[in-house]
Design a protein around this ligand. Structure first.
Ligand SMILES: Nc1ncnc2c1ncn2[C@@H]1O[C@H](COP(=O)(O)OP(=O)(O)OP(=O)(O)O)[C@@H](O)[C@H]1O
Ligand SMILES: [Mg+2]
Length: 222
């Protein structure tokens, strides 16, 4: 695949990725519905997070950028590159700098995922909900769809919201992920979790994540 981007490819990073990172990186996707696992990562690369398709890594010399490496056999890289091509520039989204073989180079977005906010007891302001609503409306104005906007794909940074993963934004099928998350924010988070400053433990969050996935699956078949 050719490098394709509206942004300049950062000097030296592509060589670092292809000569140092990829030959030594070992990642696998144990289950399509669970995050990929990074089993081996050469120094000084660091992992910033994993989704069900890819691991997101960064190099200290290029701290403004991340490398999103798709796990073997996991699809979607070409579609994600296309979403970035269409979405243009907006403060709630990252920018794609380079499309490589099995990986993308993206602008790094600082922030904490909503999943981690709830785990760590970081307060989530109402402004975040407004920012995500506005970001999805903007994406729709570009002919895209706010698909799969879930708790690991939304970041809180300095009281503002961003969508860190727009890989499913070409998918026109209805998706209730953000609507359901917004509802949970108003019904559960603001009245109960936030005032009591509760931290939701990881095992409970994982159970909720899997339960919600099952609920979505059953609802889509109903
Ligand atoms: N541009 C970025 N800057 C900083 N961190 C990022 C960036 N992109 C992704 N991450 C981190 O890496 C994690 C996994 O990335 P991402 O959600 O894009 O992977 P995915 O496999 O496409 O996810 P999904 O399972 O939602 O499809 C995110 O939850 C986030 O913590
Ligand atoms: Mg994701």
């Amino acid at each position: 695949m050719h490098a394709r981007s509206s942004q300049p490819v950062p000097e030296g990073l592509v060589e670092l990725v292809e000569a140092e990172l990829l030959p030594q990186l070992v990642i696998r996707s144990p289950h399509p519905h669970d995050p990929v696992v990074v089993e081996q990562l050469p120094a000084p690369w660091r992992s910033l997070g994993s989704g069900n398709y890819a691991a997101v890594l960064h190099h200290p010399r290029h701290s403004e950028l991340v490398v999103k490496v798709y796990a073997p056999g996991r699809p979607g890289l070409t579609r994600e590159a296309e979403v970035y091509r269409r979405i243009g520039t907006h403060p709630a989204f990252s920018v794609c700098h380079h499309v490589g073989q099995g990986y993308l180079v993206l602008q790094r977005l600082q922030g904490t995922t909503l999943y981690d906010c709830v785990r760590e007891g970081v307060p989530i302001p109402l402004q975040l909900v407004r920012d995500i609503d506005a970001a999805i409306a903007y994406a729709e104005s570009r002919g895209l769809h706010g698909h799969d906007v879930h708790g690991r794909n939304v970041l809180l940074h300095r009281d503002r919201g961003r969508i860190v993963d727009i890989s499913d934004f070409l998918n026109p099928e209805p998706c209730d992920a953000w609507r359901d998350l917004r509802r949970a924010y108003h019904l559960l988070y603001r009245p109960v979790i936030a005032p009591l400053r509760l931290r939701v433990p990881t095992p409970l969050l994982e159970r909720l994540r899997r339960g919600y996935r099952l609920y979505r699956h059953l609802r889509s078949r109903a």
